[in-house]
Design a protein around this ligand. Structure first.
Ligand SMILES: [Ca+2]
Ligand SMILES: [Ca+2]
Length: 282
């Protein structure tokens, strides 16, 4: 048995706990197992990984265990976020007919607000994060209607939005400040491809940034922000009622639709998180 290093020699690396020890090559010819135990980390399924490195005829085994470090790109990349207040925070693996936010400050903000912002963070296992931030002039003064537009929220918006600021690391997304061409499709209804609101550049035959909602109200559901000047969906969260089979996307989707409708891809993201913010009026 090869003993671990003492706790004093362990190093916390971000949220990882790392131990390393050198072993003679002969030891690696033997079967070995790795068992990880830590009082503080005993709960939940913790990630762990093992790497080996050879140098000077000796091999070093490094074990890392703990929570996978999570970088917050909203705080890291979006300078204007300091002017905004977080209203909703939602782990999108919890999508359901009735949304229970991980954080809901809709009842605690006092005073009016003049901007609304969305930050969507989507990560597949082993791939870099994809994120998008979009802020816009407020399209409502009701905080209960800026989150997922469920039946209970009574939110339904098919409208242009002005002065968009868009930041993303996804190829093809039109980024910049004070962008024209914004529009949103927020509703719990079913919807079809006809361009009912005559959104510029939208297709009457494709699900995209210009569609038509219809009955039933308790239908498929669309939470989409678009840039019709750039002919693109900025982000889409559709069919949240389906949970792991909901549609999630940044940018245009390929295939049958452009706004991620029917992609049923939520489960392909290991980490998926939506934050909704507002800027208190000065
Ligand atoms: Ca359409
Ligand atoms: Ca659409």
């Amino acid at each position: 048995m090869i003993p671990f290093l003492s706790p004093a020699e362990q190093a916390a690396v971000n949220q990882w706990y790392e131990v390393a020890f050198a072993v003679p090559p002969a030891a690696l010819a033997l079967p070995f197992s790795f068992r990880y135990g830590d009082e503080a980390l005993a709960e939940a399924a913790r990630a762990w990984e093992c790497s080996t490195e050879e140098a000077d005829g000796e091999r070093t085994l490094t074990f890392r265990a703990g929570d996978v470090p999570v970088i917050d790109y909203l705080a890291l990349k979006v300078a204007e976020v300091n002017e905004y207040r977080l209203i909703y925070d939602l782990d999108l693996s919890k999508l359901a007919p009735n949304i229970k936010y991980d954080m809901d400050n809709s009842g605690s903000l006092e005073g009016p607000f003049d901007r609304i912002a969305y930050f969507l963070d989507l990560r597949k296992a082993g791939e870099p994060a994809k994120y998008v931030y979009v802020s816009m002039d407020a399209f409502t003064d009701d905080l209960r209607k800026i989150g997922i537009p469920t039946v209970a929220s009574q939110a339904r918006f098919q409208t242009n939005v002005t002065h968009m600021n868009v930041l993303s690391n996804v190829t093809g997304i039109a980024t910049g400040t004070d962008l024209p061409g914004g529009n949103i499709e927020f509703w719990p209804n079913n919807y079809g491809p006809p361009n009912a609101a005559t959104v510029p550049n939208a297709s009457p035959g494709l699900w995209d940034f210009g569609d038509q909602f219809s009955d039933p109200i308790d239908g498929y559901g669309s939470m989409q922000v678009h840039n019709h000047d750039a002919k693109q969906t900025i982000f889409a969260i559709n069919n949240w009622k389906a949970g792991a089979s909901a549609d999630l996307g940044i940018g245009n989707s390929e295939g049958e639709t452009r706004d991620w409708t029917f992609t049923k891809n939520a489960a392909t993201y290991e980490l998926k998180r939506l934050r909704v913010l507002v800027r208190p009026k000065q």
